[in-house]
Design a protein around this ligand. Sequence first.
Ligand code: SF4
Length: 212
Amino acid sequence: MINEIFYSIQGEGFLIGTPALFVRFQGCNLRCVWCDEKSALDFDKTAKSYAKALEEIETLITLHSPSLIVLTGGEPLLNEDFINIFSYFKSLNKTIQIETNATILKDDVETLLKTYAKTYITLSPKYISNYTIDSKFLDFDKNIELKIVVDEHLNESILEREHIRPFIEKGLLILQPLWENGSVKFLDKAIKLAEKFNARIIPQMHKLLGLK
Ligand code: SF4
């Protein structure tokens, strides 16, 4: 079940600015208040099938030849089509970035991600799941980043938690100020937290540029 497929620029995280093909999976196990992808939240069986998605993907690959593929959602790692889609891009030798809310890493998915060197993981734990990160993600020591939205909930005690510390020590923490009603919020708070926790502040560039 796929929500949409499109070509744009990666507007978030350390791969910011990279042209990429995006595959947005349908369905998410969380319900963040400020989620900007509400159409992708329900596990809706009427969303695009794998076969239909593949047709669109092949057309866009031919048109753009992207080197970066972004698998996003919704929550891609819980989607029944994830393994097929990932394996397809793996067969094309593409770099595959996965944007996940980090709550659940199933064993078969973990194995798949670990067997492909061009996997890049963006963990984005959320307030609504108490910033949970499945401990299996802590085994990945390269091609991984931790991106946390700065909103009214984020504070120093959250960033001091045990499971966040390894990312801070390796300089892999990104603070993303909330985008709301057409502007960046909580920037001052983000700057204070970034100074203290060795983080980069990266706002959602695609929104600032008016891109998808
Ligand atoms: S985890 Fe992501 S897709 Fe799911 S509700 Fe939160 S912001 Fe939306």
